[in-house]
Design a protein around this ligand. Structure first.
Ligand code: APR
Ligand code: ZN
Length: 233
């Protein structure tokens, strides 16, 4: 099984989703801030948004959903977790196989040279490159930008080969990530959705678990453990 996660898995750690009712930062939609054009127009504003998000993420902890998924991964039930999230909660939950499609919010890179830095503290203002003085930007994928090629190819392979795709906490509104589970489906597999609300994938979902990830995933883990133990005896 391959898993695709989105902002919903981190919602129970106190990190707002993008398209939920509490998802907006001030009056801006993510599509208005997470673009190269927005950054060019107003880097201060864009960094202010990231500063707020980095602070929330640093204060947050992996929730039982992240932890159960990491355990399913360790057991080999979930071969790999593919995430659209730029937070580090899957890493902190000790997920063994993780593909990050949209980059990493804790890293910044130079807009001109190869310089990269991993934040320990929350950045303030528009940070400058120590090598060339150009502005640094968050090392994340913005709207209109390509996904990291290697990560996308790996994710496509995983979902094409999987017999089941578990889609957790994503609206599946952003491409190409949102259509990865369809690769599983078109190769004869099934789609399992863990989301209190139906996503854009609803017409293709075989099993819908309309529950929060932090509740549903520990229950799934418990059931899998029971099956494992009954097979052993
Ligand atoms: N458990 C599971 N799902 C939840 C929970 C929860 N506790 N709370 C909310 N959700 C669901 C919502 O119903 C919604 O379908 O999580 C989904 C969040 O959707 P989005 O806010 O659109 O987040 P996501 O799908 O990750 O967005 C994709 O858009 O802005 C870009 O790059 C950004 O990676 C992001 C991408
Ligand atoms: Zn530089």
């Amino acid at each position: 099984m391959a898993a695709l996660t989105g902002a919903g898995i981190s919602a129970d750690s106190g990190i707002p989703t993008f398209r939920g009712k509490d998802g907006l930062w001030r009056r801006f939609k993510p599509e208005e801030l997470a673009t190269p054009e927005a950054f060019q127009r107003n880097p201060e504003l864009v960094w202010e948004w990231y500063e707020w998000r980095i602070k929330l993420i640093k204060e947050a902890k992996p929730n039982p959903g992240h932890l159960a998924l990491a355990e399913l991964n360790r057991m080999g039930i979930v071969k790999c977790v593919v995430t659209q999230n730029v937070d580090d909660l899957h890493e902190r939950a000790c997920t063994t196989c993780l593909v990050k499609l949209h980059g990493d919010i804790m890293t910044a890179r130079c807009t001109s040279c190869d310089f990269e830095i991993k934040w320990k503290d929350v950045p303030k203002g528009v940070p400058k490159c120590p090598a060339c003085c150009s502005p640094l930007r968050p090392a994340v994928v913005w709207f209109g930008e390509p996904l990291p090629q290697e990560a996308l190819e790996r994710a496509e392979r995983l979902f094409s080969e999987a017999r089941a795709a578990m889609v957790i906490g994503t609206s599946a509104a952003v491409m190409p990530a949102g259509k990865l589970p369809l690769l599983t489906k078109s190769n004869g597999g099934i789609i399992i959705e863990v989301n209190p609300e139906p996503s854009a994938l609803e017409p293709y979902v075989d099993i819908a678990i309309r529950e929060r990830a932090s509740v549903a995933l520990p229950r799934i883990l418990e059931e899998v453990r029971k099956l494992y133990n009954s097979n052993k005896t």
